[in-house]
Design a protein around this ligand. Structure first.
Ligand SMILES: [Zn+2]
Ligand SMILES: [Zn+2]
Length: 257
């Protein structure tokens, strides 16, 4: 399988609006330029699953020359993960194929309140190609022929849905994971894990390096890639603190396994 990290940034990207670089030290390092978090999974039998459709969706598809998406899995209903859903009808009509969006019931409710016309007025081109399916937490499901498992984590006032495919799992926007979810994240070759806050301890529903390292020690994935990185965090500075099997993601990073 091939994993492409389309976006490695947190809610406001890096640099943020008004060219504000926050705590980033090296503006020359392209790894410090981050679009909002999104991941593309391509399976060995040619299926493409997109995890999250944030406000940088169109740019991410174009920069990475993505030609097809077979299904979309949404982690939760914050803007940086669903802001691109307004592009969905056009994407489906250009592809001329059905795209099913999978998410929790809670997340679908948020999407419905943000994009009510996408559930009411179905005359636009592409609207007949888009289907919505709710999934429960800790559930195996088939998405465009790809067998996935959902699990969940606490994320402030929301719950985030994590997804596992074979020996790969993606968990973003979290600060606490329960035992059931942990049991579904065992035996991984690659864990793509949110570390929004870097070394900072902040009560913002996100993970920092200490929380991430505790989880890594418990789950023992062979390789961990930290993503959804805030503009408070400098890529090389965070990298210098990590053990060999833990890395910091960057936009366009490709992992084959
Ligand atoms: Zn986020
Ligand atoms: Zn979030």
């Amino acid at each position: 399988m091939k994993i492409t990290i389309l976006g490695s940034g947190s809610a406001y990207g890096a640099p943020m609006v008004f060219n504000n670089w926050g705590g980033i030290k090296n503006k020359e390092n392209p790894k410090n330029q981050r679009t909002r978090a999104s991941v593309l999974l391509e399976t060995n039998d040619g299926k493409s699953i997109l995890f999250d459709m944030g406000p940088d969706f169109r740019q991410q598809m174009n920069v990475n020359n993505v030609q097809v998406i077979d299904a979309i899995c949404i982690t939760h209903g914050h803007y940086d993960h669903i802001g691109g859903i307004g592009d969905l009808w056009r994407a489906a009509s250009l592809l001329k194929k059905v795209i099913t969006v999978y998410c929790s019931k809670e997340t679908l409710g948020i999407i419905q309140s943000c994009f009510p016309y996408m559930f009411e007025d179905l005359r636009e081109a592409g609207s007949n190609y888009v289907f919505w399916k709710t999934i429960k937490h800790n559930q195996k499901f088939i998405s465009a022929g790809v067998s996935l498992t959902s699990f969940y984590a606490e994320h402030g006032r929301l719950k985030s849905t994590g997804y596992r495919y074979k020996n790969f799992a993606y968990l973003t926007d979290w600060h606490e994971v329960g035992d059931k979810s942990k049991s579904l994240m065992k035996g991984l070759d690659v864990l793509l894990l949110e570390c929004n806050n870097g070394t900072l301890k902040l009560p913002n529903g996100h993970a920092d390096i200490q929380v991430c390292m505790d989880l890594i020690k418990e789950l023992k994935p062979k390789r961990t890639i930290l993503t959804h990185i805030s503009a408070r965090v400098d890529h090389d500075e965070l990298t210098s603190l990590l053990p060999e099997n833990v890395e910091v993601a960057y936009d366009g990073m490709v992992v084959e396994l």
